[in-house]
Design a protein around this ligand. Structure first.
Ligand code: XMP
Length: 524
């Protein structure tokens, strides 16, 4: 038997989002959940099956980078239009809808639009009810609908785009050539709400806060009276919330393993021991594998190589520990919904992979265990809400994300103890100063990066030739895009002076002012 997930993807009904490879697909799903409506994403080739089995109350077709007339365009079965479900096509989704209802799509030439455009609303009866007459919308398309099929009417246009918003009201098919899900589109949320709540009349019964008891019951049912669960605990939000939930369901039959890979931040291991062993009284085994990880990383400088080694060694260490919990047939994981989507993308979906992410949950399929993944239908902010419901402290629930490969991706070049020590010291100072001044609430992440580039400095009366520490302070909604942030000058000054005085090894403190894209949040 290979690993299997015994949980259903989620309740039936809700809104099914078909992912044509859109950058913004998860944003659409979140916007829908913000309306208390369940939403889930699927690949085009699975859409018909999902509609027939999950019975969604509405379907949204996302945007995507391809052209509907390309011979290898994502394959969505047009039979989805015969299922009696309201459909909203966004950008590429609209073009797909037009093409399969008797219309025509062509390269845009003069009709290509990227960025801000003014919308001229002609008909605001349903989809555009309550929206501005000349609102700004966010376009990004190289193809255009050249002709609509029978039954469709135009609800709004923009300067170069005569079919910006269209509808076939009888069949409840709607299309937007622009992106309502991005913040730059004025009234975008209203348009989505109009479709989901007014037109499709979806049920508003999705409340992550109500989930605690349902989730606990589901874990109890899955694991049974005697089943034992083993899981890797990283101290991050996801594995912590999952562990506390599973622990509430089955108590001492949950065995947690915390692997110290030598790439942790200052105080991390102690924090996990204190909370989970002392406070929650969980069965927690701490494995110090730092020698092993650092040994395997010796001489390795390529970022992807580093990530792969850390992933592999984690699996080896975890496998050894798991064998000691011989009775455990279940594997607990803090997998989130975006991880489910990402792994679908990684196995042939339309979205491309930038870095090979390693999570504590990134375990191989041949462990011969049944997965217990109570968070696999939730987004991060929903997990945080669940964590609060479970009584986890804010210092944990609201903590900044920390990558699976730890400080290795913030220590450029070879990872050595000589570099990790000062990096840990600088990172502790950044965290202390940001948090002490309450500035963490406006930041997604705030950390230090070790840049092994020597520059000349002067300490005391002597010349020094030492490395650079880079400050990375970013705001973000979901880590897909991020902006760099400043701190008040006195705080920046204090961070700089504390690092240069308290930490040995740096002659210079710099600030990274790059947004994502084109930079990423982590440096490797
Ligand atoms: P990037 O650097 O890709 O990071 O802009 C986006 C977000 O993901 C985190 N990150 C990771 N998280 N395993 C994780 O669990 C990883 O391998 C990993 N790499 C990056 C990063 O901290 C940021 O929040």
């Amino acid at each position: 038997m290979s690993q299997s997930s015994a949980q259903p993807a989620g309740p039936t009904g809700g809104v099914l989002i078909v992912d044509f490879g859109a950058q913004y697909c998860q944003l659409i799903a979140r916007r829908v959940r913000e309306m208390d409506v369940y939403s889930y994403i699927t690949a085009p080739e699975r859409a018909l099956f999902m509609i027939q089995h999950m019975r969604p109350q509405a379907v949204i077709l996302s945007g995507g980078p391809r052209s509907v007339y390309e011979h290898d365009a994502p394959a969505l079965d047009p039979a989805i239009l015969q299922q009696g479900v309201p459909v909203l096509g966004i950008c590429y989704g609209l073009q797909w809808l037009a093409q399969h209802t008797g219309g025509e799509v062509t390269p845009a030439q003069s009709g290509a639009e990227y960025g801000r455009t003014e919308l001229q609303v002609m008909d605001s009866k349903d989809l555009l009810a309550g929206t501005k007459q000349n609102g700004i919308v966010w376009m990004s398309h190289g193809d255009k609908v050249a002709r609509l099929g029978p039954g469709f009417a135009v609800l709004a246009q923009s300067q170069p785009c005569p079919f910006a918003v269209v509808a076939d009201r009888a069949r409840k098919f709607y299309g937007l050539q622009f992106h309502p899900e991005v913040a730059h589109t004025e009234d975008g949320t209203t348009m989505l709400q109009n479709f989901v709540l007014r037109i499709a009349k979806c049920s508003t019964d999705w409340k992550p806060g109500n989930l605690v008891e349902t989730k606990i019951a589901a874990v109890k049912k899955l694991v049974g009276e005697r089943g034992e669960v083993v899981m890797g605990l990283s101290g991050g939000v996801d594995s912590s919330v999952a562990a506390v939930l599973i622990h509430r369901a089955i108590g001492k039959r949950l065995h947690c393993v915390f692997v110290d890979n030598g790439l942790l931040r200052a105080g991390e291991r102690e924090g996990v021991e204190e909370l989970f062993r002392d406070h929650y009284r969980m069965d927690l085994k701490v494995v110090d594998a730092s020698e092993r990880f650092l040994g395997e990383l010796k001489g390795v400088t390529d970022p992807e190589q580093k990530r792969k080694i850390i992933g592999r060694v984690f699996v080896e260490v975890f496998r050894g520990e798991r064998e000691r919990c011989g009775n455990a047939r279940f594997l607990g994981q803090g997998t989130l919904y975006p991880d489910v989507i990402e792994s679908v993308a990684a196995h042939g979906g339309a979205t491309s992979t930038i870095k090979s992410h390693h999570n504590v949950g990134g375990l191989p399929k041949d462990l011969d265990m049944t997965l217990v993944e109570p968070l696999r239908d939730l987004f991060k902010d929903e997990v945080r809400e669940l964590g609060r419901e479970l009584g986890l402290p804010s210092s944990l629930v609201d903590r900044q994300p920390f990558p699976g490969p730890g400080l290795a991706v913030r220590c450029l070049g070879e990872v050595t103890r000589q570099k990790l020590e000062p990096l840990r010291g600088a990172d502790r100072i950044v965290r202390e100063e940001v948090e002490k001044n309450g500035l963490h609430k406006g930041l997604w992440q705030y950390f230090a990066v070790y840049v092994p580039q020597k520059s000349v400095g002067v300490k005391g009366d002597a010349r020094v030739y030492e490395d650079i520490v880079m400050l990375r302070l970013v705001s973000s909604q979901d880590a897909m895009t991020a902006d760099w942030e400043l701190l008040p000058t006195p705080v920046l000054k204090r961070i700089s002076s504390r690092i240069l005085n308290e930490v040995k090894g740096f002659s210079r403190v710099c600030l990274d002012i790059s947004s994502k894209p084109p930079a990423t949040i982590e440096w490797e």
